[in-house]
Write a protein that binds this ligand. Structure first.
Ligand SMILES: [Zn+2]
Length: 345
């Protein structure tokens, strides 16, 4: 019997629990009523007094060791819970984590936001699925404006012309300006970055969706000089101190007067190249003083308040900053293109 006890003690010592099953088989073998130690105790009772003396102590120690071992195994299994298979080969080479980077459009968006936030603009957001009033009517688009045509706008639902309105994918982020002016009274100083949709054939120069940042500043005594200075500051912050800026008269239904903003060509520095179509200038934004009708549509008195608004395409700003010449690259998810922006920021 002594030999058997020694053998079991050794086995017990060497037991490693690799899971719940092995723990249970350990318990059945050593601890349970039908286990080996129980059997040994049964046999022990049959022994003579002399023999009992010999093995009694060792048998008791074996029983205690088995109980302690069970406890130990249970604890080690619990602390390993969730770590899965313990038979991991730690000598294998590790898999490298690939660190991603910001999408170029997000790089530009964050940069634009950062520049305007320093001037006191906050960021506003609004729905991409919009009704006709917020996308067109409130912005002073006349009833027959071509932008309302099917070939320029994605309509989600056609209204009946009486109670229900057309529902569409917004064609610019100006809807956010309207929503902002409806719920907040001046002073308003916000920029609105977001995705917009137009029904265009996809090519290197046009896409059916793109991103804009618009800005709106409405308060007492806001003038065209404020607009000029704000965008002048933006262009210098975005493209560097040597940039030239010019305002060209233009027309938009929602601003009066209106102006397009050009910057000097970053590629040829004004000498003329294909990007600037040999003019030395490239367009980056549209702008103007908010039309009095737009203010009235939002219950803001144009006699008391004036404001300016501007809008620019994030793709356009990115294209000029990073010399990307195909708009489609932004949405193709080609990692060879995207990872080139890893070192930017
Ligand atoms: Zn040029």
């Amino acid at each position: 019997m002594q030999e058997l006890i020694q053998k079991l003690a050794k086995e017990l010592d060497e037991t490693v629990a690799t899971g719940k099953d092995s723990l249970e088989s350990f318990r059945l073998k050593f601890i349970s009523k039908k286990g080996v130690i129980s059997q040994l105790f049964d046999e022990f009772r049959e022994l003579s007094g002399e023999e009992k003396k010999k093995v009694g102590k060792a048998l008791n120690e074996l029983k205690q060791a088995a109980e302690a071992k069970l406890k130990l195994l249970q604890e080690s299994l619990e602390s390993n819970a969730g770590e899965g298979d313990v038979s991991i080969d730690f000598t294998l080479p590790s898999t490298q984590n690939k660190i991603g980077n910001l999408h170029p459009l997000n790089l530009t968006r964050y940069k634009i936001i950062q520049i305007f936030e320093r001037l006191g603009f906050n960021v506003a957001d609004g729905p991409e699925i919009e009704d006709d009033w917020h996308n067109f009517s409130a912005l002073n688009f006349p009833e027959n404006h071509p932008a309302r045509e099917m070939q320029d706008t994605f309509f989600v639902e056609k209204g009946n012309g009486e109670g229900s309105q057309d529902i569409l994918l917004r064609t610019h982020t100006s809807n956010v300006q309207i929503r902002l002016m409806q719920k907040q009274k001046p002073p308003i100083r916000s920029i609105m970055p977001g995705r917009v949709y137009r029904n265009e054939a996809i090519s290197a120069r046009a896409h059916c969706f793109f991103h804009q940042v618009e800005g709106l500043y409405v308060d007492k005594n806001v003038s065209f000089a404020d607009l000029k200075q704000t965008l002048y500051h933006f262009a210098k912050e975005m493209y560097g101190k040597d940039i030239q800026i010019r305002f060209r008269p233009s027309f938009f239904p929602f601003t009066e007067p209106s102006a397009e903003i050009d910057i000097s060509c970053l590629i040829c520095h004004g000498k003329g190249c294909t990007v600037c179509k040999h003019s030395g200038w490239v367009e980056i934004a549209g702008s103007g003083m908010v039309h009095p009708n737009v203010l009235r549509n939002c219950d803001i008195d144009p006699e008391e308040f004036t404001g300016f608004a501007f809008g620019m395409g994030i793709e356009r700003v990115t294209q000029l900053k990073y010399r990307v010449n195909d708009l489609r690259l932004y949405s193709e998810n080609d990692i060879r293109f995207l990872k080139q922006f890893k070192t930017v920021m």
